[in-house]
Design a protein around this ligand. Structure first.
Ligand code: SAH
Length: 376
């Protein structure tokens, strides 16, 4: 599929026939050639999102079954089996659909009206392909309101215990499917967590924005001497503590509920130092108007993070803000280093795990930036 799958209202010319919001429509260029088929929503700025460029392909339950099966085969082919993002929206040519697979459990988000309409077919396909233990809907996402839909969450299968345990890189993690953030767990960092293997050994580690402590637990697993994880969410910290116990690292990993901005600032002033500092904050903006603010936020926490890093220690830093490009993120880190009077040596520079496919014709599918630098 070449070209971008979104069509904005102001790009559209004449239309033939009538349609209801969410219907499948065909799109033609001004010279009459077929472009693709997708779903329409007049209430949304993104008027049409294309699902296929093949004219003979019908959009029906069988189409979704085939696409989900193909996505699963692709994940298996590139080595993601137990847990994976099974469908990554545009990255799988399934705009606005997210499906996370946590072993036998599935979490779904249908974030546009046109895909919501196919929810039953999608659930039926998951049941047929995977025979899952449970399927849950995490549509408690504000973006649904832009599509004229309500936020909601609940079971799409027989009810099940939504507190599950998953395996990752030889560790176990509690995942709260019902009340955790987003779909409950950040699968996009699953490969990046392994990237700290060598720098964590024997280290005193600080992790800010730790959520359920996944990077912290990896640090302990790879031989860290001590790990302190901070998150503003009490429930995330409670789960992080449980994750430490689950893996037998409760003596090494400690977690505190606090505002990481305050802690980084205060502890920097106090002259605290760590061998490894890790930062994985939430997205700082979703709108272009606030990119500057987001950059200021990244600069601040990375500057503080560098100050807390011993000379020769390592900063592990990430950004999931879609509108902050990889180049802009690196520039921001460079500015922080300049202000902190520190020299940087790049250890590792990567993106999201490959079960979140990056399509070169849809730049926004690359959103995660992940950097490890030695701070000299
Ligand atoms: N690294 C984690 C994901 C972090 S998501 C993982 O891989 O699982 C970002 C986290 O930042 C969320 O858990 C959120 O609760 C937390 N957060 C948001 N604002 C914060 C603040 N001001 N101080 C500390 N934590 C904050």
């Amino acid at each position: 599929m070449s070209g971008h799958p979104w069509v904005f209202g102001n790009e559209l010319g004449d239309s033939e026939g009538t349609c209801e919001p969410g219907d499948i429509v065909e799109l033609y260029s001004s010279n009459g050639s077929f472009i693709g088929k997708g779903y329409i929503n007049p209430a949304s700025q993104i008027r049409i999102r294309l699902l296929t460029r093949i004219k003979s392909e019908n959009i029906d339950a069988a189409f979704f079954h085939k696409r989900i099966k193909e996505a699963w085969e692709y994940r298996r082919h590139i080595g993601y089996v137990e847990n994976c993002r099974l469908i990554f929206g545009e990255g799988d040519m399934m705009p606005a659909l997210i499906i996370d697979k946590f072993n036998d459990y599935f979490v779904i988000q249908t974030l546009a009206l046109g895909i919501e309409r196919w929810k039953d077919a999608i659930v039926a396909a998951i049941k047929d392909i995977f025979n899952p233990k449970g399927i849950y809907e995490r549509n408690d996402v504000p973006v649904r309101e832009l599509e004229g839909m309500v936020q909601q969450k609940g079971f799409l299968s027989e009810p099940f215990d939504t507190n599950i345990i998953i395996n990752e890189n030889g560790l176990k993690f509690h995942v709260d499917i019902e009340n955790g953030q987003k779909t409950g767990y950040f699968l996009d960092q699953q490969d990046n967590r392994r990237a700290i293997q060598h720098i964590a050994k024997g280290a005193d580690v600080l992790e800010a924005f730790c959520y359920t402590g996944t990077f912290s637990l990896h640090a302990a697993h790879y031989g860290a001497k001590s790990v302190l994880g901070l998150d503003i969410s009490e429930s995330a910290v409670a789960t992080a503590r449980n994750n430490a116990i689950l893996n037998g690292y409760e003596d090494i990993c400690k977690f505190e509920a606090m505002n990481a901005f305050d802690a980084l600032r205060q502890w920097g002033k106090e002259g605290k130092k760590y061998d490894v500092v890790m930062l994985d904050p939430p997205a700082f903006t979703k709108t272009r108007e606030n990119i500057d603010k987001a950059v200021t936020g990244y600069k601040e926490i990375n500057l503080r993070g560098m100050k807390l890093t011993k000379p020769g220690g390592f900063l592990v830093t990430a950004s999931c803000t879609n509108l902050v490009s990889p180049e802009l993120f690196l520039d921001t880190i460079r500015m922080a280093a300049k202000d902190a009077h520190r020299t940087l040596r790049q250890v590792c520079w990567q993106t999201q795990a490959s079960d979140h496919p990056i399509l070169w014709n849809v730049p926004a599918t690359q959103y995660l930036k992940f950097l490890i630098i030695q701070v000299m």
